[in-house]
Design a protein around this ligand. Structure first.
Ligand code: ATP
Ligand code: MG
Length: 178
């Protein structure tokens, strides 16, 4: 991978703080094809063995499935998150309060988690609500949230509101971090 050392170092240091108990948020922003997912692949593959990683993707759907990326992240890695029956049912039913309760319960126990949500510019509103909730509780839930997005497609009011509510940003190339 070429010319991504600074961004990779930022993500890695956020992960190191996570292992010490400090949550975080990182936004990997860049135009289509610039290498956001490749950067995230490198970051994730360098995490210690056994790291708790959840990764989901938003899709360019006319009618985005509410909570689709969260569902994919939770279900993608059996064993990464001890998702109880309550969380499964809440995800299946699009029950946002139930998802918040179930996710909080799961994240608060066990190892710290790296939650990667890709292509946030296509996120449904319910997904953004869940992520905003987790961000505000990132230390208590020992969660590092990492999102990729294309700035040129990020003009929706719901997404701007989500981004505006994030902690202070430190820009670094195409990556911002807390
Ligand atoms: N740092 C890099 N050095 C060399 N090749 C790269 C680098 N980053 C990405 N690529 C190549 O560029 C292509 C696009 O990368 P990638 O899918 O990561 O982009 P993206 O930003 O995630 O795009 P999208 O917005 O469509 O999701 C891939 O073929 C990948 O192998
Ligand atoms: Mg990508």
């Amino acid at each position: 991978m070429l010319e991504r050392a600074a961004e990779l170092a930022l993500l890695t240091s956020a992960a190191e703080r996570l292992w010490q108990g400090e949550g975080g948020v990182a936004i990997v922003a860049g135009e289509a094809g610039i290498g956001k997912s490749t950067l995230l692949d490198s970051f994730l593959s360098a995490l210690p063995d056994g790291s708790r990683v959840l990764r989901g993707w938003c899709d360019n759907l006319v009618a985005a499935h509410p909570l689709g990326p969260i569902r994919e992240a939770v279900r993608g890695r059996p064993g990464s998150l001890s998702a109880g029956a309550g969380l499964d049912a809440a995800l299946a039913g699009g029950d946002v309060p139930g998802v918040l309760a179930g996710l909080s319960e799961s994240l608060a126990h066990g190892r710290p988690a790296v939650l990667v949500i890709e292509d946030l510019h296509w996120a449904d509103d319910a997904t953004l609500d869940v992520l905003a909730y987790l961000c505000r509780r990132r230390d208590r839930l020992r969660t590092l949230l990492v999102c990729s997005l294309r700035p040129e497609d990020s003009s929706s009011s719901a997404l701007r509101r989500f981004l505006g509510g994030l902690p202070t940003r430190t820009p670094c190339g195409s990556t911002w971090r807390r």
